[in-house]
Design a protein around this ligand. Structure first.
Ligand code: FAD
Length: 428
């Protein structure tokens, strides 16, 4: 091991950045620092459901990381009641037919993003995370120590041996790596998705919709998009949403049109009731987008990971899990990076192993959205048996993946590559 610690800068203290920092901070040969733009975390959205692959990735980084999640996760409903995501056709010839029942389990959990981040933060020694530091500039030097120079919005600067950018869907690191004019640099909303969402006390919701949809997780499908409910906080609150595909945004300011229940009159009555409830208050709505494929996730000593590298539409529910898979692989690799000269080889191995899988999940989430909206080329909604098979196979692809083997593959690639000397940087 070289005398000097390898200095790792992480931009973005979201799920990806903090999970990785929790792992790297335990390694004595590394000096890790996270730069997060916001002054403090605030909760956004309804809460994350972490699939099995995400939970396995946390365990790989460390049992304490997995435990931080377990301590913060809340049951959707009653601990003893079994709950599944029920995917049901709400429009057309097969209206009412269930095409998938995903993740049936007792005590299904979600975790608020802010709570999970607090849990991860508690695992990182004080002084290693700086808030209110928005990365605005990256510069690489070709020689000398700490070759990656960072500039922040507040005028401060930092230097490190490498930058791992986990700065989210509008990533500055991504813009730097790909170039601001690259077609995949910025997120896109190819299918015109607008997600209308409301939060209602469950006792109010049962007066307006079928009470059955307050104790399970339905996704009701049709050609305008899908309708969805998620019980929260042990069944005291209901998050209800309508994801509209092909929304026409204002040419003047890009704003979304109001949710119009008239577009859903051919949906089942139970779906229409949910749409009408959501239309009363759409203050929690947002516009979805994802990333077209980046040709690489790393170059030299700079890499991007998490949503910065592969933001996906939320329909496969696996974005945070993919961010955690990235963090697990980087954690495994950096356990063996004890000289700055090894960084490029480690990041190449990360790219080789993580890019194909995470980009497949981006494609999959897009496909989920199209299948949900009866817009998939194969017209799957006309063949519920095929739809069932599709959902089964896709759930297996995301959840039942061997996350540990992925990290080993990355490590083996790194070692082979580095030993061959192919990626070792030379001092100038
Ligand atoms: P983020 O969580 O976006 O974190 C990026 C961080 O970087 C932020 O803290 C940000 O403040 C900071 N940052 C940004 N720019 C800069 C900068 N220039 N300098 C410094 N810091 C910066 N995934 C699931 O697995 N399951 C789900 O159920 C699920 N549900 C979702 C529901 C919704 C409504 C949405 C929007 C997403 C959902 N996802 C889900 C996806 C999941 O939230 C993301 O994939 C995950 O948060 C990605 O983590 P990240 O750390 O890469 O990015």
């Amino acid at each position: 091991m070289s005398e000097q610690r390898v200095k790792v800068a992480i931009a973005g203290g979201g799920i990806a950045g903090l999970a990785l920092a929790a792992g790297l901070a335990k390694k004595p040969h590394l000096d890790v620092h996270v730069y997060e733009s916001v002054p403090a975390y605030r909760d956004v959205g309804a809460g994350l459901a972490l699939h099995l692959n995400g939970i396995k990735a946390m365990s790989l980084i460390g049992p304490e990381v997995r435990q931080a999640y377990a301590d913060k996760a809340l049951s959707l409903g009653d601990e003893e009641r079994e709950m599944a995501t029920e995917v049901i056709l709400a429009h057309g010839r097969f209206r009412g037919q269930k095409v998938a029942e995903l993740g049936r389990a007792k005590g299904r959990k979600t975790v608020s993003r802010a709570d999970l981040l607090d849990g991860f933060l508690a695992l990182i020694p004080p002084g290693r995370v700086s808030f209110g530091r928005r990365l605005v500039g990256i510069e690489e030097r070709r020689s000398g120590e700490h070759r990656v120079r960072l500039t922040f919005e507040d005028g401060t600067e930092a230097a490190a041996d490498c930058l791992l950018g986990a700065d989210g869907i509008h990533s500055v690191t991504r813009g730097y790596l790909l170039g601001p004019d690259h077609p995949a640099a910025a997120p896109v909303n190819h299918d015109g998705w607008q997600i209308y969402r409301t939060m209602v006390p469950t006792e109010e919701a049962v007066k307006q919709i079928d009470p059955r949809w307050t104790t399970t997780v339905p996704i009701l499908l049709g050609p305008r998009g899908h309708v969805n409910c998620i019980p929260l906080n042990k069944n005291t609150r209901l998050s209800a949403g309508v994801a509209v595909r092909g929304a026409v945004f204002s040419a003047v300011d890009g704003s979304a049109p109001p949710l119009d229940p008239a577009l859903f009159t051919e949906y089942s009555e139970e779906a229409q009731k949910i749409v009408r409830m959501v239309a009363k208050d759409t203050s929690a709505s947002w516009t979805a987008a994802d990333h077209d494929h980046a040709p690489f996730y790393a170059r030299g000593r700079v890499a991007m990971f998490g949503d910065a590298a592969h933001a996906a539409l939320p329909f496969a529910g696996n974005g945070a899990a993919q961010a955690l898979e990235d963090a697990a692989v980087l954690d495994r690799l950096f356990a063996h990076v004890d000289s700055p000269k090894q960084i490029a080889a480690a990041l190449e191995a990360f790219d080789a192993v993580r890019r194909p899988r995470s980009q497949a999940v981006v494609d999959l989430a897009r496909k989920f959205g199209r299948v949900y909206a009866y817009a998939e080329e194969g017209r799957m909604h006309e063949d519920p048996a095929r739809m069932k098979q599709f959902f089964g196979e896709m759930a297996a692809f995301t959840n039942e993946f061997d996350v540990a083997a992925q990290s080993e593959r990355a490590y083996n690639l790194f070692v082979t590559d580095y030993q061959r000397g192919q990626s070792e940087e030379q001092d100038i």
